[in-house]
Ligand binder design. Structure first.
Ligand SMILES: NC(=O)c1ccc[n+]([C@@H]2O[C@H](COP(=O)([O-])OP(=O)(O)OC[C@H]3O[C@@H](n4cnc5c(N)ncnc54)[C@H](OP(=O)(O)O)[C@@H]3O)[C@@H](O)[C@H]2O)c1
Length: 286
């Protein structure tokens, strides 16, 4: 009897602009191969004025889902059918999932960070300082508040986004939250448990840029995390390690949010080491 064979791949993607230097495809396709999925993850340049058509195209072609990156994380919401809880709280979507024919917007950035933190400590009751108030800080702040941390201090260079984030966290989650603006060198109070750089400070090529923190106030019992994936061992993390702290790097968050995306799309829990290894090879070859 003649056997049938399918030459059709399931499609996933990242929509962004500029997107050419985004390496997510490498770790996602490494996971697909590892788990025997004949799937593709396409890196697609989508201009803001074409976003509606791109989402319509993804619907028409039956994409399993797609990631959204700069500048589409907020704008994509208008083109979706539903939002998951944390995406609704943040009003930002980085992962779209097709469920029962509907496109549902999720936010996996903060969840990816939370997974990484949970490997080191239980977030409940923890006192947290977050540097930054952009997309990454919003995602992490919302997820930490939902996970039951007791207090969040946002430290941001400029007031507008900082105030918006603090107001949103207070109103939507009821968490104790305060804002410090433009601190030259923020002195971390000794009762803080977790210190997070969620700014873009330290991202390649500006790898010597300094997060504005007073080094001696970083104590060995603190957990110090950075969202910067490239380079994974940032100056901020190196200096925290020198002070005896446990650290979490940006690759952990990136890999974890990819794992959550694959789980949403396929139900498979992807292998973290395969994905991390694939990314590390890319960064080492740059
Ligand atoms: N590892 C991961 O999975 C992952 C996921 C998402 C994002 N990220 C990384 O997170 C970083 C931030 O992304 P985002 O989407 O949050 O960007 P964003 O929305 O543009 O926000 C950037 C934040 O950094 C602050 N900032 C930038 N340059 C600064 C400087 N020189 N001094 C002080 N503050 C500065 C900004 O302050 P103002 O408000 O004053 O401008 C803002 O709070 C990026 O580098 C991205 O690669 C990593």
């Amino acid at each position: 009897m003649r056997q049938t064979r399918s030459f059709k791949q399931e499609l996933t993607a990242c929509f962004g602009q500029p997107v050419a230097e985004n390496p997510t495809q490498v770790m996602m396709e490494a996971a697909f191969r590892h788990h025997g999925l004949n799937w593709r993850y396409l890196t697609i340049e989508v201009a803001p004025e074409n976003l509606a058509d791109a989402v319509r195209g993804a619907r028409a072609m039956g994409f399993v889902g797609f990631n959204c990156t700069i500048p589409h994380k907020v704008a994509v919401i208008d083109h979706l059918d539903e939002l998951g809880k944390s995406a609704a709280l943040m009003r930002a979507v980085n992962c779209v999932v097709r469920r029962n024919g509907k496109l549902v917007g999720e936010n996996t950035d903060g969840k990816g960070f939370l997974e990484a933190l949970r490997k080191v400590t239980d977030p409940r009751g923890k006192v947290v300082v977050i540097f930054g108030a952009g997309g990454a800080a919003r995602a992490i702040g919302a997820e930490l508040a939902l996970a039951g941390v007791s207090r969040i201090t946002i430290v941001n260079r400029s007031p507008t986004r900082g105030k918006e984030l603090v107001d949103s966290l207070r109103q939507n989650t009821g968490i104790a939250c305060d804002l410090v603006v433009g601190a030259e060198e923020f002195v971390v109070p000794p009762n803080v448990d977790v210190v997070i750089n969620a700014t873009s400070i330290g991202l390649f090529p500006d790898i010597d840029a300094r997060v504005p923190v007073h080094r001696p106030s970083i104590l060995p019992q603190m957990i110090v995390a950075d969202v910067i994936p490239n380079p994974p061992r940032t100056r901020f993390l190196r200096e925290a390690e020198e002070r005896g702290c446990r650290t979490i790097d940006g690759l952990e968050m990136l890999v974890n949010q990819g794992i959550i995306g694959i789980q949403y799309w396929s139900g498979i829990h992807a292998n973290a080491s395969v994905m991390r290894q694939a990314l590390q090879e890319v960064f080492n070859s740059l």
